[in-house]
Design a protein around this ligand. Structure first.
Ligand SMILES: Cc1ncc(C[n+]2csc(CCOP(=O)(O)OP(=O)(O)O)c2C)c(N)n1
Ligand SMILES: [Mg+2]
Length: 329
């Protein structure tokens, strides 16, 4: 099939790039889950399995100069924003070759050179940080954009109110991306709030907002394209509510029963974002099995190489423990 055939406004190579990015996140997360079970990862590890379409669809529109602020579930954001898998995996293994030099781990992934301004163990502040970045970009007269990824759990946090309100009154170039996976740890969103419509709640602040199928990477891509363009061109903030689902436990090593049913998890696995795009491209005759096999082989090798790189890397030198903590005289 010709490379020029379109799925929405994308040609074959662009759609395959989205597919590949989702697969990089998936295979990386699967490696990390295995490594956690094998004791290679100190600290917590929240995987992004099932939600890959969100980071992929949004970050495809971003430049290194745009600033992403993320969550405790941020491996996918880091990878999609340009952190190499080897630097992510090495960071989770606590090695000096990690993106935070082995001092941060899963919830302190920083790579300012690609605009990855941090994952965080605290639920909510990323909303304020992205708003602050937007304020800075506006004051400096750039066309850069601040992006906050956050879960449904952050929507009932005061940071949501403060961040959206400030971004609205100052018309800041910020894209708020809510990953509504219906649970905050084990608490259903519908238990935690009377209004589970996050897009509607954003509109209450005077912010343009849309809710999309967060497992459909093309739907996320299209909505994010408009939101980023709107912010870059001085239009102001907007919010995208991506309705999605994590198909692994809240964090590795935790139980996954008692608060949601096996049937619910299975139903969402049938709507896996990678499978959905795969089926759609085959049905449309845009890609063949050999296209997907080639990507699978390349991505598996990439993640295996990253894992080997990480386990072969040293830990930080204990003599440097206070580096970067105290200012040097
Ligand atoms: C301010 C704050 N409150 C509570 C917690 C404990 N906590 C860690 S993860 C989490 C759930 C977050 O849910 P959500 O924002 O929906 O993200 P998800 O895990 O579903 O991706 C909570 C409550 C925290 N880390 N920070
Ligand atoms: Mg959630």
């Amino acid at each position: 099939m010709a490379d020029t055939q379109k799925v929405i406004d994308l040609d074959k190579s662009q759609v395959l790039a989205l597919y590949r990015q989702m697969l990089v996140i998936r295979r990386c997360e699967e490696q990390l889950a295995k490594s956690y079970a094998n004791g290679l990862i100190p600290g917590a590890c929240h995987t992004y399995v099932g939600e890959e379409a969100v980071a992929t669809g949004v970050c495809a529109h971003l430049r290194p100069t745009d600033a992403v602020f993320s969550t405790h579930r941020g491996h996918g954001h880091a990878l999609a924003k340009g952190v190499p898998p080897r630097e992510l995996i090495a960071e989770l293994y606590g090695r000096v070759t990690g993106c935070s030099r082995g001092r941060g781990g899963s919830m302190h992934l920083f790579a300012p050179e690609v605009g990855m301004m941090g994952t965080s163990g605290i639920v909510g502040p990323c909303i304020l940080q992205a708003t602050g970045a937007g304020y800075s970009f506006k004051l400096r007269g750039t066309d850069s954009v601040g992006v906050a990824f956050f879960g449904d759990g952050a929507v009932n946090n005061g940071a949501f109110h403060e961040g959206l309100n400030l971004a609205a009154i100052w018309d800041l170039p910020v894209v708020f991306v809510c990953e509504n996976n219906m649970y905050a740890t084990e608490v259903p969103f519908a238990y935690a709030t009377r209004n589970t419509n996050v897009a509607e709640r954003a509109r209450a602040y005077g912010i343009a907002a849309v809710a999309v199928d967060g497992n459909d990477v093309l739907a996320v891509y299209e909505a994010a394209g408009q939101a980023v363009q709107w912010a870059r061109s001085g239009g102001g903030p907007s919010l995208i509510e991506c309705r999605t689902y994590r198909t692994r436990p809240h964090a590795e090593g935790m139980r996954d029963g008692g608060y949601r049913s096996p049937e619910e998890i299975e139903a969402w696995k049938q709507r896996d974002p990678i499978l959905l795009l795969h089926g759609r491209m085959l049905d449309a005759g845009i890609s063949t099995d050999s296209d997907f096999e080639a990507i699978e082989t390349e991505v598996r090798a990439l993640i295996e190489e990253a894992h080997q790189f990480a386990i072969g890397s040293p830990y930080p030198d204990p003599a440097t423990v206070s580096d970067h903590i105290f200012s040097q005289p």
